[in-house]
Design a binder for this molecule. Structure first.
Ligand SMILES: NC(=O)c1ccc[n+]([C@@H]2O[C@H](COP(=O)([O-])OP(=O)(O)OC[C@H]3O[C@@H](n4cnc5c(N)ncnc54)[C@H](OP(=O)(O)O)[C@@H]3O)[C@@H](O)[C@H]2O)c1
Length: 236
């Protein structure tokens, strides 16, 4: 039995975040799960999963989310910054509002999570940042220019954070390949949606990513698992 940790998980109402929250809770960790859809959160709640509505684009709301966890449980041991959106399209479709949404959630949301947790981690002298980036942090594909840019940014922010922090605070980037989830449902561009149906035909269950998160969190304090890429064996 590993030591119980207090773990914040964002984007916990579906896909990878829900799988992470469920797996960590099943292993005895205390999860504080956040996302926007209150009905989904209510369905997720149990003795080991507290739920709070959270829009990661709202910096003050994110700070309150972290502060609530500390006032309720006395500390935060880890934050899994997982919330993300992926409305893919070619640049010449000029879906500028969707570019902004990806920057707001995938980049600003991550930064807000870091800003919310870092003061607590520094006061405690311990903590663990886990960023769910993407294979899109390692390669760019057509229709993915902005999404991949946000994931390259997530990778860079997380790596920069790692270099600056004291060794008591660990930093992990998990980069999934194609995983079953609701992620592609945000694509409004018909050509991009059609291309994704083929690209996403071979996928792995979200628990495959949850296992990677669990592995990184449960390593000994002196071991910092910095990067993991988890993709379908069939994905090239
Ligand atoms: N599935 C894949 O193939 C894949 C591959 C590589 C990387 N990823 C990354 O994995 C992460 C999770 O995605 P997923 O595949 O599990 O997709 P998903 O099923 O669509 O889940 C996305 C989650 O993010 C939450 N979210 C979106 N906007 C939010 C906001 N403003 N504030 C708070 N929560 C927000 C959603 O909850 P609410 O709508 O309730 O807020 C949902 O719980 C993302 O960062 C994604 O980029 C996924």
């Amino acid at each position: 039995m590993t030591e119980q940790k207090i773990v914040l998980v964002t984007g916990a109402t579906s896909g990878i975040g829900a799988a992470v929250a469920t797996r960590l809770a099943a292993h005895g960790h205390q999860v504080v799960a956040g996302a926007r859809r209150a009905d989904r959160l209510a369905a997720l709640a149990d003795a080991f999963i507290d739920v709070r509505t959270l829009d990661v684009t709202d910096r003050a709301e994110f700070a309150s989310f972290a502060d609530w966890a500390v006032s309720t449980h006395g500390r935060i041991d880890a934050i899994v910054n997982n919330a993300g959106v992926m409305p893919l399209s070619r640049m010449d479709a000029l879906l500028v509002d969707e570019w902004d949404a990806m920057i707001d959630v995938n980049v600003r949301g991550l930064l807000h999570g870091i800003a919310a947790a870092l003061p607590h981690f520094q006061r405690q002298g311990t903590g663990h940042f886990v960023t769910v980036a993407s294979i899109g942090a390692h390669q760019v594909v057509p229709t993915g220019a902005v999404y991949c840019a946000t994931k390259y940014a997530a990778w860079a922010i997380t790596e920069g954070l790692r270099q600056e922090l004291d060794p008591g605070i660990r930093v992990t980037t998990i980069s999934p390949g194609v995983v079953e989830s609701e992620l592609a449902e945000s694509i409004t561009d018909p050509a991009a949606a059609e291309a994704m149906r083929t690209y996403r035909a071979d996928s792995i269950p979200p628990d495959a990513i949850a296992r990677a998160v669990s592995y990184a969190l449960d390593e000994s304090p002196e071991v910092d698992v910095n990067e993991v890429i988890v993709r379908p064996a069939r994905q090239r």
